[in-house]
Design a protein around this ligand. Sequence first.
Ligand code: FES
Length: 114
Amino acid sequence: MGDWIRAGTRSELDQKGWLLVWIAEDWPVVVFGIGNEVYVVDAHCTHQDAWLQQGTLDTTAHQISCPLHDARFDLATGQAIRGPAAAPLTTYPSQIAGDGTIWLQPVLPWWQAP
Ligand code: FES
């Protein structure tokens, strides 16, 4: 597990509905907010790398649909609920501090495993 890194603030998340965070040059993740819940997942779809923050957020099911071919992912588990994507998204631990700062922990994603 890596150190916690700052992802933004709750007010920034509420304004956009998502926050894009670059953990490294080739490692973007996206923060989604639904009510009091915050989810952090890989920013790229596991099918053909579309940007998931441009997709459709289902605030009832807590799922994101890819804007390119409509794959659907569970934000809590990262599992692909609907194809054509089959591989899951990596999910990252997150927390909101008392001052509204959102923190995430850059765990090693499955696609970077040795
Ligand atoms: S790139 Fe996301 S479903 Fe194809």
